[in-house]
Design a protein around this ligand. Structure first.
Ligand SMILES: NC(=O)c1ccc[n+]([C@@H]2O[C@H](COP(=O)([O-])OP(=O)(O)OC[C@H]3O[C@@H](n4cnc5c(N)ncnc54)[C@H](O)[C@@H]3O)[C@@H](O)[C@H]2O)c1
Length: 347
């Protein structure tokens, strides 16, 4: 497997996007975001997505060059229409606007409609946390999703992820998770490698438990279970439904429904400017003792330490800064094939 540094991964993205004719100002938001996802260990949201994204450009589903329009613009909130540009371009614009408004108002809520795949939510919430905000971001995926309602067999919901981030003197705590038992990208990686997956993530097309990702991709199509799996999935299901309503209806993007065609994400971003709620020094002190308390617990057999949300990603980044990122052969084959098609070279 070829191995690349972050700078090389960014360059691969720049090269392909540029060769595909993407406007200059829209290249880095996508290229940097994807390379960062690889660096923190979320390869399913890394440079492998370039193949999918540029296919979506060819199909007219991603529309580079479209401006992000303000549909509603109030002091403390806004609704943006991304007009189907790259999700990273739209979410980046939404984040900047949220920061500007929350600095003035203390809090800001931004909804974004017609927004393609934004990638890894934690990248945006962490960026906000590092600028002094508590942040929440959630996304729904209108149209037929891949997740069954709790107790159901058929696909009805998206993987509807949510991220929340809070700064601390030891770096941001960043929760970033799907409300489904697994992200679809992770299933795809296992499927491509011909590997089986743990129990409790998917059911086959007849509703039986399955550890074979092919049961999700081949007919009769199976479904991903809600977060919590066969036993506790009512909680993930409930959270997913509520995020669907908030993200889909308030953004104007629409809901996960089988009778709707595939649409683009509805995004909900909410920032709170910590300093305007409580003195920052006090907040930092609370966080320090809180983290020490969480990490000070005795650990279960086989567990060396308690990790906080986002810590795994931070550690993977430190590790990959030394080792680089190994790109699976199949992903590399697809990327070089794309480069040839676009008349460029990568790597
Ligand atoms: N844009 C989209 O439409 C979309 C859709 C679905 C998922 N996603 C992204 O996919 C990514 C993967 O989601 P996921 O649910 O598979 O993530 P995951 O299961 O890998 O991690 C979920 C959370 O658990 C934390 N975590 C992991 N291991 C831990 C441990 N041992 N101890 C304590 N905390 C731990 C992580 O830091 C993270 O906050 C996310 O970045 C998400 O934003 C995006």
């Amino acid at each position: 497997m070829p191995t690349f540094s972050e700078a090389q991964l960014i360059e691969i993205g720049r090269q392909l996007l540029s060769a595909a004719g993407i406007p200059e100002s829209e290249i880095d938001p996508v290229a940097l975001h994807l390379a960062d996802a690889n660096m923190v260990g979320h390869d399913s949201h890394g440079v492998m997505r370039l193949v999918q994204y540029l296919q979506m450009v060819e199909d007219g589903f991603v529309r580079p060059g479209q401006s992000v329009e303000k549909v509603v613009d109030a002091p403390g909130f806004a609704v943006l229409d991304g007009q189907f540009n790259f999700g990273q371009v739209i979410a980046g614009a939404g984040l900047n606007l949220a920061i500007e408004k929350a600095r003035e108002q203390g809090t800001a809520t931004i909804f974004m409609r017609n927004c393609n795949h934004v990638g890894r939510l934690g990248a945006y919430t962490e960026a906000a946390a590092l600028q002094g905000f508590n942040a929440l971001m959630a996304v729904n995926a209108p149209g037929p999703g891949g997740v069954a309602p709790f107790g159901g067999i058929d696909r009805r919901l998206g993987t509807n992820p949510i991220s929340m981030a809070a700064p601390s003197s030891q770096g941001a705590i960043v929760l970033d998770m799907t409300t489904s038992a697994t992200a679809e990208g992770k299933l795809r990686v296992a499927f491509q490698k011909g590997e089986s997956i743990p129990e409790g993530l998917i059911i086959d097309g007849h509703g039986n438990p399955s550890t074979n990702p092919a049961d999700y991709y081949n007919k009769p199509y199976g479904a991903i279970l809600p977060l919590g799996g066969p036993m506790m999935g009512h909680k993930g299901f409930g959270l997913s439904v509520m995020l669907d309503i908030f993200c889909g209806l308030l953004s104007g993007s629409g809901l996960c429904r089988t009778d709707l065609p595939r649409g683009a994400n509805g995004v909900w971003l909410h920032l709170l400017n910590i300093e305007q709620f409580t003195p920052r020094a006090e907040y930092d002190q609370w966080m320090e003792t809180y983290i020490a308390s969480l990490k000070g617990t005795r650990t279960q057999p086989g567990v060396s330490e308690v990790l906080l949300p986002g810590e795994m990603e931070r550690r993977r980044r430190q590790e990959r800064e030394k080792t680089g990122v190994a790109i699976p052969d199949e992903t590399w084959r697809q990327l070089t094939e794309l480069a040839t098609k676009l008349g460029t070279t990568i790597g």
